[in-house]
Design a protein around this ligand. Sequence first.
Ligand code: GGG
Length: 360
Amino acid sequence: MGEAKTFRLAVIPGDGIGKEVVREGMRVLEHMAEESEGKFSFESDYFPWGCEYYLENGKMMDEDGLEQIRNHDAIYFGAVGFPGVPDHISLWGLRLAICQGFDQWANIRPVEFLPGVPRRLNHPDVDNLNWVLVRENSEGEYSGIGGRNFAGRGTGNEVAVQSALFTEKGCERIIRFAFDLARTRDRKKVTSVTKSNAQQYGMVLWDEVFARVSKDYPDVETDQRLVDAMAAEFVLHPEELEVVVASNLFADILSDLGSALAGSLGVAASANLNPERRTPSMFESVHGSAPDIAGKGVANPIGTIGSAALMLDHLGLAEEAARLNNAIAETTRQGILTRDLGGTYDTVEVTDAIIQNLAK
Ligand code: GGG
């Protein structure tokens, strides 16, 4: 047997249902570590950051928060946002502070049908969705550049500017990432999404970089779409898609559409990666804190448990990641579904079933 490996996790449950689903995800991870008989274990540090922390301390995370988690092997994150704290404060104060502070510039969001999950997309030619959305995660529309002339507030003449920043290096690294990912898949195809007819600077730069980089990947098929047409394509020709690469905002929107087509936002997993591994990467479900169902025990834990599988893979435990994904698929195949998928099971029951199915 190889040497036992202990992984240091920074666990940030955050807000709302984030706390419930991260608790379940950690239960699964601890179970897997225990049954690995010493092959691997987790040393988990919990951080209470989020909206409650903000209301008590006036900040979403500590000033030296990034330093507190920098030396962990990975970050396991719940969700951010809750009534009482404006969403732009909670998002920028925690989730984006970590993504941008650690240069987690590649956000991958797989979209797949799970067995037993009622299909929202009944397309005659498609019996499985198997896409990966690659989201530029460090700049674009979420670069935070802009301002408001607060002097005009209340006059009816206030003005706000929100700029999108596109750098050639930023475009190139995410586009190359998408091509490299496509090369690992059965169907080698990358579709790039912009709105370069209307956004004539940044997105034209993106298109030019895409055209240049694609020459280095002659074995990978390419396609380019405007985002509005792409939204229709998701529904009308899902079989045309494999790896989809888009800017921060566009991929954020398209990944919600994709996961809804696959059944529910509750099943969507994601990884915010610093591919150079200079800083820890962060794993979280795509969904937010869902205040309307928080505390009721009915949240779907699959997106967060699926994100744990992405984390295991990232930590070099590819077999365990595959085993966890199989246990999730077996659970949905058995019809053990939360109510967002039309089922009657609660968060803990779905997790219990996933843990049981790990034994299969
Ligand atoms: N677990 C993801 C989460 O909490 N998302 C909240 C949100 O508003 N995210 C915006 C974004 O992904 O940029």
